[in-house]
Design a protein around this ligand. Structure first.
Ligand SMILES: [Zn+2]
Ligand SMILES: [Zn+2]
Length: 275
């Protein structure tokens, strides 16, 4: 049973994502069964893989499917029309053109790979030295700062994303405290621009066993004036819709947040955290 009221899960993928597995309708059924009040579908749009992933067609299918379930499920759950823009800063013009094609409620900003490099999930960390790993992370956090400054999204997704795969590959000694200055800078940019930070709960069901980012970052964002927080399961399966969302609420509360946020028509709506 759900612990919190009016629960939101603002990060999930349908079959229109290259790695999706279920239709928007199947994901909606799961969300209703899992006692969620508001969800956002956020199919992948990794702009630097536009051609390889046939995103022109996928974007349209995704949008049409989300609109159709939004209307069909309107009396049972609020469905928000979202998109996960991956690496928007690598192809800013194509990004802008693509975002202007449809009226989105909610845009997630993500970095899944460095420029002209495969997704962090595809890199082999076992052969890298610890210095190699830090040099990847140096570039990753620089790209996150560039993304934050780009400012064309509503929430910054899964900050510390590479750690999911670095830890999964058995490299446990990576100390992120060396990035505290740049993560502070990222949070200050979000606060100044009125943008949200995402707590991505997918790591809690994966070997890393932690949210992205972890609670210390959420607390720091709060200390620096952050007020807008979105929660997302990042589910690609019906079984994961709403997964560990209550844990996300608990972290939000423990870090001093009284509200979580969803976005409708690209505007933040604050929902009181209540049990
Ligand atoms: Zn995905
Ligand atoms: Zn992502």
């Amino acid at each position: 049973m759900a612990i919190y009221k009016n629960r939101t899960d603002l990060h999930m993928h349908t079959i229109s994502s290259f790695d999706g597995n279920y239709s928007a309708a199947e994901m909606c059924e799961a969300a209703v069964a899992n006692d969620l009040a508001t969800i956002a579908f956020t199919d992948h749009f990794d702009v630097d893989f536009y051609t390889q992933q046939n995103l022109g067609i996928r974007q349209q299918t995704s949008y049409d499917d989300i609109i159709s379930v939004r209307d069909a499920f309107a009396d049972r759950i609020q469905v928000l029309v979202g998109i996960e823009m991956g690496q928007p800063t690598y192809e800013p013009e194509l990004t802008e053109k693509s975002l202007n094609r449809y009226n989105y409620d909610f845009v997630i900003g993500s970095i899944h790979n460095l420029r002209k490099t495969p997704d962090f999930c595809e890199l082999d960390y076992t052969t890298l030295t610890q210095d190699d790993i830090y040099s990847l992370l140096d570039k990753y956090f620089e790209e996150e700062l560039i993304l934050a400054k780009w400012n064309g999204f509503d929430t910054l997704a899964h900050l510390t994303y590479p750690m999911r795969y670095i830890v999964q590959s058995g490299r446990f000694n990576t100390d992120l405290s060396r990035y505290d200055d740049i993560t502070d800078e990222i949070f200050k940019v979000l606060v100044a621009n009125g943008k949200a930070l995402e707590i991505n709960t997918s790591g809690l069901r994966q070997p890393i066993g932690k949210t992205m980012p972890t609670d210390n970052y959420v607390r720091r964002y709060r200390e620096l004036g952050g007020e807008l927080l979105t929660l997302g399961s990042d589910s690609h399966f019906t079984a994961h819709v709403g997964a560990n969302i209550d844990d996300g609420y608990e972290i939000a509360e423990s870090c001093g947040f009284k509200y979580v946020t969803y976005f409708k028509d690209r505007k933040p709506v604050q929902i009181k955290i209540e049990k």
